[in-house]
Design a protein around this ligand. Structure first.
Ligand SMILES: *Cc1c(COP(=O)(O)O)cnc(C)c1O
Length: 852
């Protein structure tokens, strides 16, 4: 088996890159250990070596970063601003080395220094500033925007605590705070000189001419931290700017004057709490005041920054007495990653009208032409609807502006559909009072009205937005609705995470696929080449062995590396139906118990994913999975036919390890509930086959690879709707299917948790009486499909051919394609794939000064 070191050496021999000289890297590493880390090799710990290495690699970004920003300033192209409450970046070190093309050189340098680079890479904490797919998408977009040379900026929040660390204790999820900055973050640069004020609370004052002023506010400062975002070997380095809350310096001066100085200093915490922690909910709206503060904090700081950059842009309007904002949308595109940053809409209106003195009509046109909105979910519980009372107290002027937007919008609806009051009620941005007398602001409606483009994230999802969720709006503004099918970056999710697969692909078709994933089509030529199929199988086997070894070391579990690796990793959510999967595992267990001599394809089930801390049923599902593991793994009759492992703390760095080892990928959400999914694409790219429903991007994956190369089962959207209409009764399906009936009774009877038989009664009760996502209705089809999977797996040649067809069909699912479409069809810019010149690596300060 090749070590990573050997493999990268091979790659470098083939000429991917050996740009930097090994001796210089060693010198730089030793200098950093001495001058930055202030240690010698007698006392340095592996973490010290990690930081010395990170600093060494970072040095290679600096000139490229400065030069890229200079280049943007000189050319003054239209900028793209990607606003997101989440950027799920994972680790940075290895990705940076890959994109700079210095991986092989650094590898060799560390090897010569007697250090284990893989051990050092493992020390880096994931930047877990996201929950799941939405945040990871933002990270993949940054990679593609830099690789495509797009003048883009990510704007987000620098949470002091990212997504919690998940522990499994006695089979249950326990949360621990993610103190990811404890040892410092070598990838960020604080920019205190660009700190900006953000206001909250207060009231609105009108002057004689009816002009509004937001006064008596409380101020919190936003301190920017910049992280470099390198493109793939093109010398482009874009910026991710994350804001951190800082208390005002004369904060609570009143108390200070009263003499309570210590209390005044302690109270600084309250305002600095704004960026303390990421809300850990995936696909779920929680209407907390602190969350709304976070959202406004992000957009208020970002918009000031964006307007400052616009005003000082070279050919824009620098040095002009009265700035011409009518060109703003020609220079600025703002993409809203879901409605989370949507309070930026009234904020831009406020800045243009109250601060820059534009008329409502001028401001409105600029706003609509600048903003675009991406919808990420159809689930009603995920749609943001903020209580009016909360907004009234926290952001009174914004509420006023939203009311005015709605007033004008309702006028235009009523003009188009006179007397259709029901339609007006359905489309209103301000909803009618609910049963508690609470009025709410529907943020998705606000986004649709105030943006020039709204897009879904997969073809099916975008169609459902038009036909269901936003049907009225589609009738009103058909031209605004678009689709932009999600993707993943092939750099992180193949080249970096699966180097041996990347290697055999490069041997066959060269390296162009890395930045043009459609090139993988060329692999179809080898679909009947026995040696190539064998090499795909061999690479998969190596990856499986590696994961088996990892599980042995980290979790003390022994798995059968020649078994079928069936992997279900993603956030735990009822709609994602981890439950459907584990019910079938119980069915397999029952089969073995009934017939201990049963010949079956041995399977290893790997599950991973976090449950939102307040999501009771998701936590029950985790407990069910661990309980099945305890039962199955310790039953001597089962032997190595079946193993069930719940992987603790699933996150980006674990996805990179686990996904390359998958034989089978579980993508089994109820049709019509998963907007796109991106995990599905990562597995496909790594040559695992998919068992899935016709949901989200699975539909397009099946289209690309052909139905022969994917295991599709269960109800489609129309069938789900028909069943809903007819009246769904889970009990009917349970009665009809003896296998399922037995399983539900076993869960009820406490078979899996004999020490506390009632532990999982809520799951059984849910299945019988509140099976909202129709697990019971799809169970039989799923079981039959899984049997077909096992049968297919016995024909290894056929399986490998299907795997190859999967890999070769992934071209569409590169974020390079996704971003090119956003660029041309929403932002009105052309991606520029030209490289920037390699920078001068000599003494800094001998070049032009930087201007942003
Ligand atoms: C890709 C990814 C996700 C999204 O997975 P889905 O299966 O699309 O829900 C979630 N978490 C992590 C860590 C990921 O890398």
């Amino acid at each position: 088996m090749l070590t990573d070191h050997d493999r990268r050496k091979q790659i470098s021999v083939r000429g991917i890159a050996l740009v930097e000289n090994v001796g210089n890297i060693k010198k730089s590493f030793n200098r950093h250990l001495h001058f930055s880390i202030i240690k010698d090799r007698n006392v340095a710990t592996p973490r010290d070596y990690y930081f010395a290495l990170a600093n060494t690699v970072r040095d290679h970004l600096v000139s490229r970063w400065i030069r890229t920003q200079q280049h943007y300033y000189e050319k003054d192209p239209k900028r793209v601003y990607y606003l997101s409450l989440e950027f799920y970046m994972g680790r940075t070190l290895s990705n940076t080395m890959m994109n700079l093309g210095i991986q092989a050189t650094v590898d060799e340098a560390l090897y010569q220094l007697g250090l284990d680079i893989e051990e050092l890479q493992e020390i880096e904490e994931d930047a877990g500033l996201g929950n799941g797919g939405l945040g990871r998408l933002a990270a993949c977009f940054l990679d593609s925007m830099a690789t495509l040379g797009i003048p883009a900026y990510g704007y987000g929040l620098r949470y002091e605590y990212g997504i919690f660390k998940q522990l499994i204790r006695d089979g249950w999820q326990v949360e621990e705070p993610d103190d990811w900055l404890r040892f410092g973050n070598p990838w960020e640069k604080a920019r205190p000189e660009y700190m900006l004020p953000v206001n909250f609370f207060g009231r609105v004052e009108k002057d004689g001419e009816g002009k509004s002023k937001w006064v008596d506010t409380q101020v919190v400062f936003a301190m920017p931290y910049d992280t470099p975002v390198p493109g793939y070997r093109n010398n482009v380095v874009n910026t991710l700017r994350l804001w951190s809350a800082k208390a005002e310096n004369h904060f609570h001066l009143k108390f200070f004057n009263d003499g309570d100085y210590v209390q005044a200093v302690m109270d600084r915490n309250t305002s600095e709490n704004i960026t303390r922690v990421l809300y850990p909910n995936d696909n779920m709206f929680v209407g907390k005041e602190l969350r709304l503060k976070q959202q406004y904090f992000l957009v208020a700081a970002s918009l000031q920054d964006i307007i400052r950059r616009f005003k000082s842009s070279k050919y824009g309007c620098r040095d002009v007495v009265r700035v011409d904002f009518s060109t703003f949308p020609d220079k600025v595109a703002i993409q809203l990653n879901d409605t989370h940053p949507s309070i930026g809409i009234p904020e831009l209106m406020r800045l243009l009208i109250d601060v820059e003195d534009l008329s409502w009509e001028e401001a409105w046109k600029i706003c609509v032409d600048t903003y675009a909105y991406t919808n990420h979910t159809l689930l009603p519980e995920a749609l943001e609807r903020w209580p009016v009372s909360l907004m009234q107290s926290l952001l009174p002027r914004h509420l006023e502006i939203i009311y005015q937007i709605n007033h004008l919008f309702m006028e235009s609806v009523s003009k188009r559909f006179p007397g259709d009051f029901d339609r007006m009620r359905r489309m209103s941005i301000v909803e009618e009072a609910d049963s508690h007398g609470e009025k709410r602001i529907n943020m998705a409606h606000l986004c649709i009205v105030a943006s020039h483009a709204i897009n879904g994230v997969a073809a099916l999802h975008s169609e459902l937005l038009k036909s269901h969720t936003f049907h009225d709006f589609y009738e009103f503004y058909p031209e605004k609705f678009q689709n932009k099918t999600n993707g993943i970056t092939p750099r992180r999710w193949l080249l970096l995470s699966n180097p041996s697969l990347a290697d055999i692909i490069c041997e066959k078709i060269g390296e162009d696929w890395i930045t043009n994933l459609d090139e993988l089509q060329k692999l179809k030529e080898f679909a009947d080449s026995a040696p190539f199929l064998e090499s795909i199988r061999r690479v998969k086997q190596e990856n499986k062995l590696r994961v088996a070894q990892y599980l042995e070391e980290e979790y003390n579990v022994t798995i059968n590396p020649s078994s079928l690796f069936d992997i279900h990793v993603k956030r735990i959510h009822e709609y994602k139906r981890q439950l459907l999967n584990i019910l079938f595992v119980i069915a397999l267990y029952n089969r073995i118990k009934e017939n201990p001599d049963l010949k079956m394809v041995p399977r290893t089930y790997l599950y991973g994913g976090k449950a939102a801390p307040g999501y009771h049923m998701a936590k029950q599902i985790i407990r069910l999975i661990t309980a099945v593991g305890e039962t199955v793994n310790n039953d001597p009759i089962v032997g190595d036919k079946l193993k069930v492992v719940f992987l603790e703390n699933y996150r980006v760095s674990m996805a990179e390890k686990i996904i390359p080892a998958a034989d089978l990928s579980e993508q089994i959400s109820t049709a019509g509930t998963e907007a796109s999914g991106t995990g599905n694409m990562k597995f496909m790219l790594n040559g695992s086959l998919t068992i899935g429903t016709l949901d989200g991007a699975n539909v397009e994956m099946a289209e690309e690879m052909g139905m022969d190369n994917i295991f599709i089962f269960g109800m489609n959207v129309e069938e789900v709707e028909a069943l809903e209409k007819r009246g769904y009764n889970a009990g009917e399906f349970i009665e009809k299917c003896p296998t399922l009936k037995q399983i539900v009774e076993q869960i009820e009877g406490g078979m899996l948790t004999p020490e506390e038989p009632g532990q999982l009664k809520d799951v059984a009760n849910m299945l019988r009486h509140h099976d909202r996502f129709m697990v019971c209705a799809d169970f039989d089809a799923y079981a039959k499909c899984q049997d077909k999977v096992a049968e297919t797996y016995q024909d290894q040649k056929k399986w490998s051919r299907m795997a190859l067809m999967n890999i070769a069909s992934t071209g569409k699912f590169s974020t390079d394609r996704t971003i090119s479409e956003y660029a041309r069809e929403i932002w009105g810019i052309e991606p520029n794939v030209e490289k920037l010149p390699a920078p001068y690596e000599g003494v800094p300060g001998t070049e032009n000064e930087t201007k942003e």
